[in-house]
Each structure stands twice: as structure tokens, then as C-alpha cells.
Ligand binder design. Structure first.
Ligand code: BEZ
Length: 210
């Protein structure tokens, strides 16, 4: 049975470059990002893990812990990290799971039946309630946009705290959408910064948490 948004993120214990991790315990009250890559010592993956390491400061400001995974063994990960640091001008500062038997990858459906030797490029964003908030899968030839993952975390954290949704291409500071759950007569009290009623179903307000 494949995972869906809102499901409990499967718990696991795994060997990582920073020691053994029990996933739920390691997450604690944080948000989490678990992302898989096909293989060590491959070009797109090298740029991806470098890009992520440059953003971990931003994720940690948002109380998000980052964990990478592939089927390669621990020694391979450790050697590859040197290459990532050297070529991407960074320092990988989050753990990489070594999952040679695909135990964790299979829990998350990261091994596509048509690409059976590799984990695909999956991303799971997990909330402090341990539920899956976002899932995405990219093909091996397309490196992911890690700024987009940060943007989604901003949207998820905003929408979990207020009765709002974020429109297409929203970014920090842009107006947001008041959800249908809020009645017109309650808007002023709930959104004191003002609002615009473009259509009865499309009501916007300045971003509440800034
Ligand atoms: C890469 O990271 O470049 C890559 C990995 C696996 C298959 C194809 C490309």
C-alpha cells in the first residue's frame, strides 16, 4: 500500500553517517525532510546534496531536520561527502542513511519497479505530528529545486497556524488566500490587516505572521 499525504510517516532505525538514528525519536518535535537520491558519486546527486547543505541553516531556523538516503553503504557515503564538499563548495551537515538492503527505501516507496537498483529522487516533508505533509518524485535526470522545498515548508508552516492557503507561486511576504472555512462576517476579526474580496470564493489578506 503506497503512502499518501496525511499518513503517519513510517518509523525506522537506520545507520547514517552521523550514527544510528531512530527516525521518530530523532525528529522529536521538529519538522523533517527525508529525501532520497539514486546513487553516490553521480553528478546530479552531487549537486543536489550540495544544494541541500547550503540550505540547512534556513531549514533549521524553521525547526526542520534534514535526512538523506540512498542504497549505498556507509563507507561510500563518507567518501562521497568529501567530493560534495570539494566540488559544491560546502560542508554536508546532515546525516545520510546507508540503506543497502532498501529497508527504509521500501517503507517509503522510494524504489520504483522500473528502476529497481536505485532509489528515485523522492522528497517527504513530515510535520511535528509525524504525518506526511508533502511527497514529490523527480526523475533521475532532473535535479530538484531545493528553494522550492523551502518555499513549501514556509507555506505548510503558515497554513498550519492560520486559516489561510497560499496561491500559485506564493513566496514569503506575498498576500495569502483566506480559506473557505472562514465566513465573510468573521474575516475582519480574524484578519485585522485587512482583506480583498476578489470573488466570494477568492478572498486575500496580507500574510499574517510577518
Ligand atoms: C545523477 O545523479 O547524475 C544520476 C544518478 C542516477 C542515474 C542518472 C543520473
Amino acid at each position: 500500500m503506497s503512502l499518501r499525504l496525511g499518513d503517519l510517516a513510517p518509523d525506522f532505525t537506520a545507520e547514517t553517517t552521523e550514527g544510528t538514528i531512530n527516525f521518530h525519536e530523532w525528529l522529536g518535535n521538529s519538522w523533517g525532510i527525508l529525501f532520497s537520491h539514486p546513487a553516490d558519486f553521480t553528478p546530479v546527486c552531487t549537486t543536489e546534496l550540495g544544494a541541500m547543505s547550503k540550505l540547512t541553516g534556513e531549514f533549521s531556523k524553521r525547526n526542520v531536520k534534514v535526512l538523506a538516503i540512498s542504497a549505498d553503504p556507509l563507507e561510500s557515503h563518507k567518501k562521497w561527502i568529501h567530493d560534495i564538499n570539494e566540488t559544491q563548495n560546502t560542508t554536508v551537515n546532515y546525516p545520510l542513511i546507508a540503506d543497502p538492503e532498501f529497508k527504509t527505501a521500501n517503507l517509503y516507496g522510494m524504489v520504483h519497479p522500473n528502476v529497481d537498483k536505485f532509489t528515485v529522487r523522492s522528497v517527504f516533508v513530515i510535520g511535528p505530528d509525524k504525518k506526511i505533509k508533502l511527497m514529490l518524485t523527480y526523475p533521475a535526470s532532473t535535479g530538484r529545486n531545493f528553494d522550492e522545498i523551502l518555499r513549501v515548508v514556509d507555506s505548510l508552516q503558515l497554513t498550519s497556524g492560520y486559516s489561510v492557503a497560499t496561491p500559485a507561486n506564493w513566496k514569503q511576504g506575498d498576500d495569502v488566500i483566506i480559506t473557505a472555512a472562514v465566513k465573510d462576517e468573521d474575516i475582519e476579526a480574524k484578519f485585522p490587516k485587512g482583506h480583498t474580496r476578489i470573488k466570494p470564493y477568492l478572498r486575500t489578506t496580507p500574510q499574517p505572521n510577518i
